[in-house]
Write a protein that binds this ligand. Structure first.
Ligand code: ATP
Length: 137
């Protein structure tokens, strides 16, 4: 098995979808290794998304991701990174497959309800950004 990292983003938390999204994740075979409600500061969001710092949407992304609480989680499953990205669907909900989390809960390409790591390496980096060893089970 391997691990991925996810965030339920501020839009989906504001809209009351934490329970439904966690239910869909666990029903899809992911084990929750770490879980918390937290909020990123502007500086946290700038660092977390530093890879996108040259993109035109960077400022908007940082403002969005720091505007309210998120749910951060580490998830375990065979083929976790790829299977989780399949479960969440395309970045833009207009392109996301029927039944995916973004199809169900995302509002736009920016406010798209959930994050999913894009590689095993980034899953480890992103998980360590949010959780200490004592918070992982
Ligand atoms: P994530 O990394 O959140 O799982 P992703 O890998 O599907 O998303 P990326 O292209 O890495 O998408 O973009 C990271 C995030 O930046 C997106 O999830 C979205 O919140 C935001 N974003 C991407 N494209 C745009 C855009 N054109 N306008 C506004 N925000 C965007």
């Amino acid at each position: 098995t391997n691990r991925t990292f996810t965030m339920i983003k501020p839009d989906a938390v504001e809209d009351g979808h934490i329970g439904a999204i966690l239910e869909k994740i666990t029903a899809s075979g992911f084990r929750i290794v770490a879980l918390k409600l937290t909020q990123m500061t502007v500086a946290d969001a700038q660092e977390f998304y530093a890879v996108h710092s040259e993109r035109p949407f960077y400022g908007e992304l940082v403002e969005f991701m720091s505007r309210g609480p998120i749910v951060a989680a580490i998830l375990e499953k065979e083929n976790a990174v790829e299977d989780f990205r399949t479960l969440i669907g395309a970045t833009n909900p207009a392109d996301a497959a029927e039944g995916t989390i973004r199809k169900m809960y995302a509002k736009s390409v920016g406010e798209n309800a959930v994050h999913g790591s894009d590689s095993d390496e980034n899953a480890a980096i992103e998980g360590a950004f949010h959780f200490s060893g004592r918070e992982m089970f």
